[in-house]
Write a protein that binds this ligand. Structure first.
Ligand code: PMP
Length: 416
């Protein structure tokens, strides 16, 4: 099914019971009781179809890709390259523009070292936002330190939105790249990346969009968005861990030097000098994560079968219900109240530290994240060390939210 995601069929009815049944781990007892898995911002669970694709690959196709002439190597290469076609189609990219990586983090580092570092000079700026994940801050700091450039954060409002006027005012002739997350992993805020890309491009500035928290929740068409670089991880979208991708406009990839050297990324090697393979292989040194690509393609098929509009509508209903339920808890404050946000509920409570809340919730079978969520500057902005974060996915239901509420009532009883 090599059609772009937005052209994929949308299920007429949203069958939550069937969807929950697709995820075997949801039947797993934790702490002797029912699992309410609300840590989807960290990683999502995997449906049968993804588990099957991974298993099928190792049982029937396992061999190294691109290298041998035997039957299994041909099966592995065909499945791996078909996965690239599927992934490219999902994002409306062409296959040459999809570089496989270990995830969002590696994809950002690739852009930092291969694209930006050779273009950076002392005094240049990389414009980010104050809500970015560490992986969209630290790689820029590392290369900025080498060239005397600066990472500049645009401010975040009390509601957890990007202050767009302030961001605009920070764009200037020294800005060499805009890097922005599409959806905040801590707050759920959806940034107006399409508008930001138009504004940055009007000043000739390329834009990297961190789509780690977006691709399982919003339709992403990289051509339509006109992003120069778009990065994401499979594991936050029902796929395997340790796999992800960089989408980059082909002209950039052609102009960039490789970052990692090794097998598969070369055309010729001699001691006088080596030449590079075509894109995207030029950026894929060594034996790749073959099953990762196959598993990610299966995950995107899974998403497409349900349809992102149906998934987004379901998650929105969960967010509304979850928000209501949290309002019943005394002394609880939600951090991040941007209108139209994704289904993430971050909160603090007067009576207990997030870590202690997380521990009590775990005893009640509720899996959440408690901490800074790799967004320490954002925590500083809100003057808090940490939050508890409940983040939702397609398989969550009212029972999960009820279990969360019950567990929070218990926190109030114990610490209040
Ligand atoms: N960006 C955002 C917004 C994220 O939520 C995450 C993961 N928490 C990352 C980047 C990093 O993703 P990975 O660890 O899969 O590289």
């Amino acid at each position: 099914m090599n059609m772009p995601q937005h052209a994929a069929p949308i299920a007429a009815t949203f069958d939550l019971a069937k969807i929950r049944n697709d995820f075997p781990i949801l039947r797993e007892a934790v702490r002797g009781g029912r699992l309410a898995y609300l840590d989807n911002g960290a990683t999502t669970q995997k449906p049968e179809s993804v588990l099957y694709a991974l298993d099928d690959y190792y049982r029937h196709k396992n061999a190294n890709v691109h290298r041998a002439v035997h039957d299994l190597a041909e099966r592995a290469t065909t499945a791996y390259e078909a996965a690239r076609d599927r992934i490219a189609a999902f994002f409306n990219a062409s296959r040459e523009e999809i570089v496989f990586t270990r995830g969002t983090t590696e994809a950002i580092n690739l852009v930092a070292y291969s694209f930006l570092q050779p273009r950076l000079q002392a005094g240049d700026e990389i414009l980010v936002t104050g809500m970015e994940h560490h992986s969209n801050i630290v790689p820029w700091q590392l290369i900025a330190a080498r060239s005397g450039a600066h990472v500049v954060p645009a401010p975040v409002t009390d509601a957890g939105e990007l202050d767009l006027d302030a961001w605009r005012a920070l764009l200037n002739t020294r800005t060499k790249l805009v890097a922005v997350m599409q959806v905040s992993n801590t707050l759920g805020t959806i940034n107006p990346v399409a508008e930001m890309i138009v504004e940055a491009h009007a000043r000739g500035i390329p834009v990297l969009v961190d789509g780690a928290q977006a691709i399982a929740h919003l339709s992403v068409d990289v051509k339509n968005l006109d992003a120069d670089f778009y990065v994401c991880s499979a594991h936050k979208a029902y796929g395997p861990t340790g796999f992800g991708m960089l989408y980059a406009k082909r002209a950039y990839l052609e102009a960039m030097q490789p970052w990692h050297g090794g097998g598969d990324m070369i055309r010729t090697v001699s001691f006088e000098g080596s030449t590079w393979n075509d894109v995207p292989y030029k950026f894929e040194a060594g034996t790749p994560d073959i099953s990762g690509a196959i598993g990610f393609a299966a995950a995107l098929d899974y998403i497409a079968t349900i349809g992102l509009p149906a998934i987004a509508a379901h998650e929105h209903r969960l967010l509304e219900e979850g928000t209501q339920r949290l309002q019943n808890i005394k002394g609880l404050r939600v951090i991040g109240t941007a209108p139209g946000k994704a289904a993430i509920l971050s909160f603090v409570m007067d009576c207990a530290h997030p870590q202690d809340i997380g521990t009590i919730l775990d005893q009640e079978g509720v899996a959440v994240r408690a901490g800074h969520h790799c967004t320490m500057p954002l925590m500083q902005r809100f003057g808090i060390p940490a939050t508890v974060r409940a983040s939702m996915a397609v398989y969550n239901d009212s029972e999960d939210l009820e279990q969360l509420e019950r567990a929070l009532v218990k926190v109030g009883r114990l610490f209040g």
